[in-house]
Ligand binder design. Structure first.
Ligand SMILES: Cc1cc2nc3c(=O)[nH]c(=O)nc-3n(C[C@H](O)[C@H](O)[C@H](O)COP(=O)(O)OP(=O)(O)OC[C@H]3O[C@@H](n4cnc5c(N)ncnc54)[C@H](O)[C@@H]3O)c2cc1C
Length: 273
């Protein structure tokens, strides 16, 4: 049986993360982007509220959530501010979960509560082979692009009707919606495999590849729906495109994701032949 429904607990986490993101983070996203400011105070705030360590055990200051719940949190943060989503992914996936898996007891006791609370900020010096949280963050960008484009298309009038009434504008919206849903399901599949302890590398690469490239297409389409306004930062969609574009580069470029999938399919390594 395939169950594509969220549990009650997962829905609760999704709702709480969305409320937090909209209340605490969204109001500052544009100003921080314009000022090119790293919002250390907001990162600390995310830590205090438990959103920097969704997948870390409670014993270390985390929420002890499953990977799908973690993906939901990442999507909600990514929906309002992809820069803070990056802080979450790096702190939780790349640093905290790495220390949890391979750190000594002493390193775990010393660093995990600091990272979970936002008193310490994680960074890394390698490329992550299983970049699931980036994929989930890209779904957040896609969802935000869909919401922004749909709202604008409903407001903007041309020829005495909202542009949402034009078929080609509806095509842009429909394409974003379908790709967002497809990317979300790929992310959930990768998270589910991880939760079950089954091999998840190829599924994670598929999710990362599809969601990051899909986020570029979604943000681009959202700009198209906004017309000339989409190019300026009065509306958030040009930021969505910048945020999405970098996700096809870091934590495994698009080409490298394809080669990981190709290696999975053929057993032949074309990355370093
Ligand atoms: C904003 C930003 C933040 C970053 N943050 C971090 C960070 O915190 N920590 C960190 O470690 N790194 C970070 N990176 C680095 C990022 O992971 C690398 O830029 C990325 O892995 C690509 O490596 P590169 O830039 O050296 O490109 P290159 O390796 O030179 O690749 C150039 C092109 O060649 C392709 N290519 C390379 N090798 C192969 C191959 N074997 N087969 C097929 N195609 C190939 C690539 O896909 C790409 O299209 C960040 C990058 C950016 C842009």
């Amino acid at each position: 049986m395939v169950d594509l429904c969220l549990t009650g607990r997962q829905q609760e986490v999704q709702r709480a993360a969305r409320e937090f993101a909209e209340r605490e983070l969204a109001p500052h996203a544009r100003d921080n982007d314009r000022a090119q400011r790293a919002p250390v105070g907001l990162i600390r705030r995310m830590g205090e509220a438990g959103w920097l360590a969704p997948a870390l055990p409670e014993a270390y200051g985390g929420r002890g959530l499953d990977m799908i719940s973690y993906a939901l949190v990442t999507e909600e943060i990514g929906r309002v501010d992809s820069s803070l989503r990056t802080a979450l992914s790096i702190t939780c996936s790349l640093v905290s979960l790495t220390v949890l898996a391979w750190g000594t007891r002493e390193q775990q006791r010393r660093w995990l509560p600091e990272l979970a609370s936002g008193r310490a900020v994680g960074c890394f010096g390698l490329t992550e082979p299983q970049s699931g949280s980036v994929a989930a963050g890209c779904v957040g960008i896609m969802q935000a692009s869909l919401e922004a484009a749909t709202a604008y298309a409903g407001r903007r009038q041309a020829f005495d009707r909202p542009i949402a009434a034009f078929q080609l504008v509806q095509e842009l919206l429909a394409d974003i919606a379908v790709e967002t849903e497809a990317a979300r399901l790929l992310v959930w599949k990768a998270g589910d495999l991880k939760d079950r302890g089954e091999p998840s590398t190829a599924a994670t690469s598929m999710a990362k590849l599809y969601a990051s490239e899909g986020a570029v297409r979604a943000a681009n389409a959202a700009i198209q729906v906004h017309g000339g306004y989409g190019y300026f930062d009065e509306y958030p969609v040009e930021r969505y495109l910048r945020d999405a574009r970098v996700a096809t580069l870091y934590e495994g470029t698009t080409q490298i994701q394809k080669l990981i999938i190709g290696r999975h399919l053929t057993g032949l390594d074309a990355i370093s032949p």
